[in-house]
Design a protein. Structure first.
Length: 261
C-alpha cells in the first residue's frame, strides 16, 4: 500500500492542475504550485507530465493551456460526445441552407472538424472535411472562434515559439487577422473565401465554450453559388441556429471566455 501512495498522490495532483487549467483557461508553474501548495519544481514536473500525455500545450511565458487530450477530460460515459448533442442543430442548419455543414472545435491555433452533413443534391458537391484539421486563421470556423478571444490572447496563441516559428510554421500578417476578427465580432459571423481551398467559400458562427470545448458551426459552398443574396441567407440561418443551439444548453455548460489562452 505504501508503494502505491506516491503514485496515487501524483495522479491526484495532476487532476487538480487539470481542473484549475479548465476553470481559468491556462495555468503557469507558479499558479499550479500555489494551488497545490508545493514548490515550483514539483509543479513544473507535474505540468511537464501532463504536457507529455497531451493534456496540455505549452504557450508563451511558460503558460499551459488545454491540449487535445483534455477536450474530453471529465466527460462521463453516460454523456454523449458533444458533437452528437449538436447533431440536431447541424441537421437544422442543413435544412435551412441545403449546403454542406460542419461542426468544428478550436484547439490552440487549429480547427478540428467533428461532424458533417454533405449536400449531395447540388450540381457542385463539396467533399466532407470530417476529421480534417485546418489553420484557424484561414478557416471560417477558426476565425469565428478566435473572434471570441481577447486580442491579447490571440497574440499569445500566435506568439513565436522557442524555435522562433509561430504555430504550424505559417507566415501571415497578425494585424490583418485582427482586422478580420474585429469584422467577425461586429457582423456576428466569419467568412473564408478561397483561403483554405480554391473555389470554396465558407461562413461560420461560434457557439462559444460548451462543456469545456470551443465549438463552431459552418456552411461551405462552391464560389459559383456565392452571392450577396446567398451570403445573407446563410448568415441569417447560422445566427438563427447559433441562438437555438446556445439555448439548448444550460448556463453551466455554455459560456464565453475571452481570456482563454
Amino acid at each position: 500500500m505504501s508503494k502505491s501512495t506516491p503514485r496515487i498522490e501524483a495522479i491526484h495532483r495532476a487532476l487538480q492542475v487539470l481542473r484549475l487549467m479548465a476553470s481559468q483557461g491556462s495555468v503557469s508553474v507558479t499558479e499550479a504550485a500555489k494551488h497545490l501548495d508545493v514548490n515550483p519544481s514539483t509543479s513544473s514536473r507535474i505540468l511537464a507530465t501532463i504536457e507529455a500525455d497531451g493534456f496540455a500545450v505549452r504557450g508563451e511565458k511558460q503558460r499551459f493551456f488545454p491540449g487535445a487530450s483534455a477536450l474530453h477530460f471529465g466527460q462521463t460515459l453516460i454523456t454523449p460526445p458533444l458533437h452528437e448533442r449538436l447533431r440536431p442543430h447541424l441537421e437544422r442548419l442543413f435544412s435551412l441552407v441545403h449546403e454542406t455543414v460542419h461542426v468544428a472545435t478550436l484547439v490552440g491555433t487549429t480547427v478540428h472538424h467533428n461532424d458533417c452533413i454533405v449536400a449531395t443534391d447540388r450540381a457542385l458537391i463539396l467533399a466532407s472535411r470530417l476529421g480534417k484539421r485546418l489553420p484557424a486563421h484561414l478557416a471560417s470556423s477558426g476565425k469565428a472562434m478566435l473572434a471570441d478571444l481577447a486580442p491579447a490572447v490571440v497574440n499569445t496563441r500566435y506568439a513565436p515559439t522557442d524555435q522562433g516559428a509561430i504555430p504550424q510554421a505559417v507566415a501571415f500578417n497578425l494585424r490583418d487577422l485582427h482586422e478580420e476578427l474585429e469584422k467577425a465580432r461586429k457582423q456576428g459571423f466569419a467568412v473564408n473565401v478561397e483561403s483554405t481551398e480554391q473555389g470554396l467559400v465558407a461562413l461560420a458562427v461560434s457557439l462559444g465554450h460548451i462543456g469545456g470545448e470551443h465549438m463552431a458551426l459552418s456552411v461551405a459552398l462552391p464560389l459559383a453559388r456565392y452571392s450577396s443574396a446567398s451570403r445573407r441567407e446563410i448568415s441569417d440561418a447560422l445566427l438563427t441556429v447559433q441562438h437555438e443551439a446556445r439555448a439548448a444548453f444550460s448556463s453551466d455548460e455554455i459560456a464565453q471566455h475571452t481570456d482563454m489562452v
